[in-house]
Write a protein that binds this ligand. Structure first.
Ligand code: FE2
Length: 308
């Protein structure tokens, strides 16, 4: 695992390469439970499925939320997410299909398109909007929330976006196409690295009959979300639109995912922070007092300030 403090790096050398090193996993994690997401809406009425809900925040520390959105009905997404604040964590948006424009109070702007990723560290605070740039067609993607350590929650905001062609990719000997959004896989370094939480965020396209092995540190929390087809993880079938929470087996050194038919899955893992989590809507801090501070900073117009 790379522990560099460098926050970004596009592994151009890995893009499109065929993996010669087959990752070795000698004892694979099992599935602890399957989770069906909850249908909800957010922003100005965007319909979505909350896959990782608040009751799983401790179990899946450092991850706070995973939303899946996907619809070909503009009424489900057209209103988008007008100006709203965040403090204390990072948001990672992965757009499978569609176009969404991001603008924030730190001066960042980016158009997120098919296969692109936007990584935003809210830190001490941003106010941003995420507005669809299409009036018809499919919009599909994911937003993951990744917590920050208490010592990093009040850091300056940070933002990067990556078009699909800029994302590090690798194809395994089994023909599994891997997009490495964060962390390391099969010798390829991800688009974003984080030292504290060491997130691994892979999008895997598995052809029928393929087997994919990924080493994982035993202490990291991990889950798989299937968004096309069906896979088998540690002997358990995981159908489409389900999250499999991987067991924390101290003897296990990774995960093995097998596809009986073509499948697409997200594999996400990270090192837990083991700190108190206090969430109030778009603010995630360690204490209630810090939440009150965030609310008063927002009310007083101080939350989106770029100066310290
Ligand atoms: Fe947001």
């Amino acid at each position: 695992m790379n522990t560099s403090t460098t926050t970004t790096g596009i592994a151009a050398s890995g893009t499109g390469a065929a993996a010669s090193d087959s990752a070795t996993v000698t004892r694979a994690r099992g599935v602890e439970r399957l989770v069906t997401g909850q249908a909800t809406s957010d922003g100005a009425g965007v319909k979505l499925t909350r896959v990782l809900t608040q009751d799983l925040q401790r179990r899946l520390d450092p991850f706070l939320m995973l939303d899946a959105f996907g619809s070909d009905d503009p009424d489900d997404y057209i209103a988008g997410f007008p100006d709203h604040p965040h403090r204390g964590f990072e948001t990672v948006t992965y757009m499978i299909a569609g176009r969404m424009l991001h603008r924030d109070s730190a001066g960042h702007e980016g158009l997120l398109e098919n296969g692109g990723v936007q990584w935003m560290t809210a830190g001490r605070g941003v106010i941003h909007s995420e507005i669809p740039q299409q009036e018809h067609g499919v919009m599909e993607g994911f937003q993951l929330w990744l917590n920050l350590h208490s010592s990093e929650k009040m850091n300056a905001p940070w933002y990067r976006d990556f078009q699909n062609a800029q994302l590090p990719k690798v194809t395994t000997a089994d023909g599994v196409a891997v997009t490495v959004i964060a962390g390391d896989s099969h010798g390829v370094r991800g688009a974003v690295m984080r030292e504290r939480t060491q997130p691994l965020y892979l999008d895997l396209h598995l052809p029928r009959g393929a087997r994919f092995a990924q080493p994982l540190p035993a202490g990291h929390n991990a889950f798989v979300y299937v968004y096309r087809g069906e896979v088998v993880v540690g002997g358990t079938s995981v159908p489409s639109q389900r999250m499999a929470v991987l067991a924390n087996d101290p003897q296990a050194d990774g995960v093995v995912i097998e596809a009986g038919a073509d499948a697409r899955v997200l594999l996400i893992a990270g090192r837990p922070l083991k700190e108190p989590i206090v969430q109030y809507g778009p603010f995630v801090m360690n204490t209630k007092d810090e939440i009150y501070q965030a609310l008063s900073d927002f009310r007083d117009g101080r939350l989106g300030e770029t100066a310290a």
